[in-house]
Design a protein around this ligand. Structure first.
Ligand code: ADP
Ligand code: TYD
Length: 208
């Protein structure tokens, strides 16, 4: 395999175990290949990401279309900004593992009326940096909610049974829509941390 910087994104409902697995994949890549990875997440640590977190916590409110556009704007800033932009890393040969990317925007903010519009808002991000693969960690909303409630003091905007159920089925229908267009890997997230990490490595090791 050519020596190319990889861009791998993680997707899933809140509490699905993305950050746990990103950390483990980074360690595994280092162990198996000696390569370091830059790990990052969306909403980003940039100015639009900070605003988004105020909406997610309920501190301030807005409508879903404004949120959708802000998530897409945050993504472009996350790619291009000069301080810690993703593109700067990949252009210098560094692999990037990112917690959430365009599919989160489609699954969380997309609905029958506005999905095509949100997809178009993300066309630039996809054309600038298309993930080598999107890893979807599939957990049942019940398990995800239990993990969130056990481990957190604050519950965010989308962290209810109703919302997580809706978002999970939105992801599953997106996979049908993007079949053949995007490399989407679905992993059973209702397993032990170690088993999930092995399943992920078995699916992505060919990239390294
Ligand atoms: P996310 O980044 O998707 O919100 P986290 O990795 O933060 O998910 O995991 C949410 C919580 O669930 C954390 O407390 C984590 O330790 C726990 N957790 C993650 N994966 C598993 C798993 N496979 N089994 C049980 N608990 C898990
Ligand atoms: P995150 O911090 O990944 O939450 P968690 O670790 O619980 O999964 O993401 C914060 C929230 O932002 C999450 O509820 C999903 C939401 N989100 C969107 O709604 N649209 C987007 O485009 C992105 C990137 C995140």
């Amino acid at each position: 395999m050519e020596n190319k910087a990889r861009f791998i994104t993680f997707e899933g409902i809140d509490g699905s175990g993305k950050s746990t697995q990103i950390h483990l994949l980074k360690e595994r890549i280092l162990l198996e290949t000696g390569d370091d990875c830059y790990t990052t997440f969306e909403p980003s640590t940039g100015p639009v990401g900070a605003l988004l977190r105020q909406f997610l916590s309920g501190r301030v409110k807005t409508d879903e279309n404004t949120l959708a556009a802000l998530f897409a704007a945050d993504r472009l800033d996350h790619l291009h900004n000069e301080l810690n932009g993703i593109l700067e890393k990949t252009e210098h040969g560094c692999h990037v593992l990112c917690d959430r990317y365009v599919l989160s925007n489609f699954a969380y903010q997309g609905n029958k009326e506005n999905l095509d519009w949100i997809i178009s808002l993300n066309e630039r991000a996809i054309s600038v940096l298309k993930p080598d693969c999107h890893i979807f960690i599939d957990v049942t909303p019940k398990i995800a909610l239990r993990r969130i409630e056990e481990n957190r003091e604050n519950i965010d905007l989308y962290e209810s049974m109703e919302s997580l159920t809706k978002v999970r089925s939105a992801y599953l229908s997106l996979f049908r829509r993007f079949n053949g267009q995007e490399n989407i890997i679905v992993i059973n997230g209702n397993q032990s941390v170690e088993k999930i990490a092995d399943d992920i490595w078995n699916k992505v090791s060919y990239l390294f």
